[in-house]
Design a binder for this molecule. Sequence first.
Ligand code: TXA
Ligand code: MG
Length: 379
Amino acid sequence: MPPAHEESAPQTATEVLEADADGIRAAADLLRDGELVAFPTETVYGLGACAFDEEAVGAVFRAKGRPSTDPLIVHVAGVGSAEALGDLDTDGGLARMLVEAFWPGPLTVVVPKSDVEGPGPRLATAVSPTQTVGLRCPAHDVALELLRTAGVPVAAPSANRFGRVSPTSAQHVLAELGGRIRCVLDGGSTPLGVESTVVGVGEAAGCPPGSVRLLRPGGVPLEDLVAVLPPGTLEDLGSASVDPGVAAHSPGTSVSHYAPEVPVVFTVDTPGLAAAVAAGLRSRGLRAVELPLPEATEAARGLYSLLRGLDEPPTGGTRVDAAVVSALPPEGLGRAVNDRLLRAAHGHLQHNADIETIDGILERIGVPLDAPTARTDQR
Ligand code: TXA
Ligand code: MG
C-alpha cells in the first residue's frame, strides 16, 4: 500500500455527543473549526469534515487510512447548495431529474465540478482529485440539521477504516475510529443499513454523453432509477444475478471491501448450496455456519452488524472459522446486499458452475490443503 495508508492518525479523545439540539450545535461548531465529526445518515454513519477546509479533508483520509485517489462524497442540505458545487444540468439535466426525484435520500450523483467563479470558499481539492464531485443530500433529521447549522457542505465517507465494514451505530464508529476523531454524534442505528446508490452522469463520469452509469448499487434500487430516467439513458447492466463487474468503475469500490476477518463464502443461484457448503466445511473440522438472511429491507438494515458480529461474537458466543451466505433475489435492495456480500467474500462466488470441491473452497479461504483436516478439536 502507498505510504498514505500507513500514516498513523493523531490520537485524540473521541467524545460521544447526544444528537439533541445542543449536541448538533456543538458538532456543527466543531466542523466549522476544522475538526472531524462522525454523524448518522439514513444509510450508514459518515466521517465528516468541512468540504472547504483542505486540512480537515486531508485528516479524513488519514483517520481512515484511505488512499487519496478515492474521492469523498459531499453532503449538502438541499438542491440549492448542490448547485454551487456541481453541474446538475450537464447531459440534458439527468442529474437534476434524479435529485429532484430522490433527495433527500440515499442517492449520490457524480457530476462535473461547478466552474462558477465566485467570492465564496471553494471545494478543497483533496475532496476529489478528478473534475467531478459526488453530491448527496441525506434523508436523516440529524444529518440535515447538522448540515443546516454548520452552513457548509460536509465531505464524508463512511466512518470506518479503509476496506472494513461500514458503521451503522455510534458504537461501531468508536470501534473503528475511536481515538482518531474529535467526536461522534450518536443518533442511534441507521435505518437503511447500506450506503447510498452512486451514479455517474455523462462523459465527466466516464460514461457516454447523455447517459447515466451505476457506480455502486445502494439505497435507491435500480428499478426506481429506471422509473424516473428517460428510456435508454441508464446503461445496460446485463442480466447476471450477481455481477462482479457491476460497480467496478468507482475508485472506492474495489472487489475486496467490507470484509470481516472471518472468511465469507458467498453462493448464488442454487437453493441449498450454502447449507451444503457449510456442512462440507464442518465435515473437515471447521466451525462453519450458514448465515440466514431475511428479506432484502431487513437484510440491508442488519447486514453490517451481522458481518461485524462474525469477528466480535456477542459475549458467550464463539468465533466461527467461516460463514456461508446465499445471495438474495437481485431486485430492490437485494442488489446492494449482494454487492456488499460479494465484496465481503473478496469477490469469490460459488455457484452451480463453479462449485468446486470443498478442498477448493478451503484453499480460497486460506486453509492449507495439507493441513490435517483443518482442526482436530471439533466442537
Ligand atoms: O451512504 C453513503 O453514501 C455514505 C454516507 C456517509 O453518506 N457514504 C459513503 O462514502 O459510503 P464512501 O466514501 O464510503 O463511498 C463513496 C463512494 C466511493 O466508492 C467513492 O469512490 C465514490 O463513492 N465516489 C465519490 N465521489 C466520486 C467521484 N467524484 N467520482 C467517482 N466516484 C466517486
Ligand atoms: Mg465506505
